[in-house]
Every structure is written in C-alpha cells, then in structure tokens.
Design a protein around this ligand. Sequence first.
Ligand SMILES: [Zn+2]
Length: 340
Amino acid sequence: MADSEDIFLRAQHRTFSGLTEDAESKWTGPFFFIQAADPQLGLMKAWKEGDCEGGGDEWAEEVELIRRAVEAVNQLRPRPRFMVLCGDLVHAMPDTPFREGQERDLKKALKETDPSIPLVFVSGNHDLGNTPTPRTHEQFCSAWGNDYFSFWVGGVLCLVLNSQLFHDASACPQLKEAQETWLEEQLSRASSSAEPKPKHVLVFQHIPLYLKTPDEEDDYFNLKREVRQSLLERFKRAGVKAVFSGHYHRNAGGLHDGLDMVVSSAIGCQLGDDAHGLRVVLVTDEAIVHRYVSLEQLSVGGGGPRPPGAAAGMKEEEEEEEEEEKPGKPGKISVFLVLF
Ligand SMILES: [Zn+2]
C-alpha cells in the first residue's frame, strides 16, 4: 500500500489494494483474521430511548468500544492478516442529520489500527438505506470503497458482497444486475480448475442468509427464503466454506451441509445477551475455526506460552523493533490463548 493511500478506500476496481490475486494467491500456511460487525455509531442511545428512527444523536459509547477493540487487536501476536467490518458502520441512514459526524468519528477511531492490518468494509442496511438508490450507493462507495469485490489472503479467496442488493434492489435494479453478473463470474472461477486454485473460499456480507437453519421462516434479520436458497446452492457449488455476517446484534448461525453460516454479534449495541466483541477466525489447511471473543477477554487474554499443538505451523511473529513497552500500556497478547 502506498503511504499516501486512503486506508478507507482500498477496495477499488473490484479488488483490494495489497490483497490481490497476484500478490496473495499462494497458500503459505495457517493465519488468522478478525471479523467484526455493527459498530453502528448512534444505535446505543437510540435503542435506550426507544427511537431508532430519529434518535442516536450521541455515539461516545460506541467510539469508546471501537477504540478498545482497535487497541486490543493491535496487541495481538502474530498479527491478524486483516480486519473486516461486516456492515452497519454507522446508525444514521444516508442523508439524515448525524450521518456525517458518525462517519467522521468512526474513521478517526479506526485510524488507530496498526497500518499492517488492512481494514475491509462491508456495506449494511444503515450504510446504504433499506432500499438503496444509485445515490446512496455512490455515497457509500466514495466513503468506504467498492461495495462488492474480491480479495486474496495467503491463498484464500474472499468475496465481499452487498446484501442490500439481495434484500431490496427495487430502486437500483441495474446495480443488482451488475453484482449478479460479477458474482457469477467469481463463483464459476472459484469452482473451475483454473489456477490459482483457492485453498478456501469465504464470503462476507451484512445480512445473514439464515440465523439458525437454512429453511427457517423469513425474518427482519435474514434474507428471504427464495434468495437464500438460491445463494446457498450457488455458494455450495462453488465450494464456499463459510459466510460471515452481522446485522443480528447477537451470535447465531450454524453449519449445514458443509457451509458454515456465521452470524457475529456487534462491537456496538447488543440486542441479546452477548458481550461487545468480535470474532477471531483461524484459517488452517483443513478448516476455518472461529470464536467470538468479548472485548474484555480480548484485552486481558495475553501473555503465557502457546498451547502445545495449537494451530501447528502458524508462525509467531518476530518481535519487531517497535516502540518500547510503556507502563500502563497493554502488553502483547498471544492469539493462541484467545482462540483455544
Ligand atoms: Zn443491519
């Protein structure tokens, strides 16, 4: 990544700078990444006051949670290969009063992420509007980069999708069509024998395909059955191992027929009993292993030896020449202790 590059605009031309097929299509051994969802600045106050439409005029609590998350992620060793935020970056819908301030403060908090950890953004219903239009789509892309794209990390192919186009594309049918065409190309490429062959294929989107079972009833928090079934079939045919999502503000999901639907709770407002947190995802030769970790656990999980046999082959990073440890500053955290 060039020094001058905007860290929020790395998803361009349907790929992600630094994580391209040319640079990252080879499997080089196990690694891990962070998946998080719904920082949704503004929802905590709006929810408390029971005014999710017009409320949300303060978001200091969410900013603090994001700061804690970033600080803890920065301390992980080895470092995560990337951190993906699965949508609802902010609560204020496009063209509503608090939108600008929320986006500005989110970016300010995320800027503290260590520059070696790329930030990948996924669009949610609050980012694009429940019924996106060409205008809200354009606004999202100029703030956060492409809404759908693919990238490679250590031999793994990752597809980032815009699930609003699956949910309601009535005001932007051409955008839906364009994503469909692109997705079909990606999926047939993934299942073909063309080189490079991805070690795994992963999908990231905001709205889960389902919350518990593939044939559950339609709900505010899942995709409609018809859309869901069609995507499930296409994903399975292409060998997609896992779909990571948010939107539900609770942990859910399940493994069915070889496809793991992962629904992660929020960094921000909780709608169930989960703690504010994020998901640590370990990618090995054989499998995708993940665990939701509260910010609390993540911040204190550090130190100590690596458990024997854990993530064999995953290299501990050489200690860099970095700034000396200061009193009061959190120490390095072994990701092996967080995961196992
Ligand atoms: Zn949502």
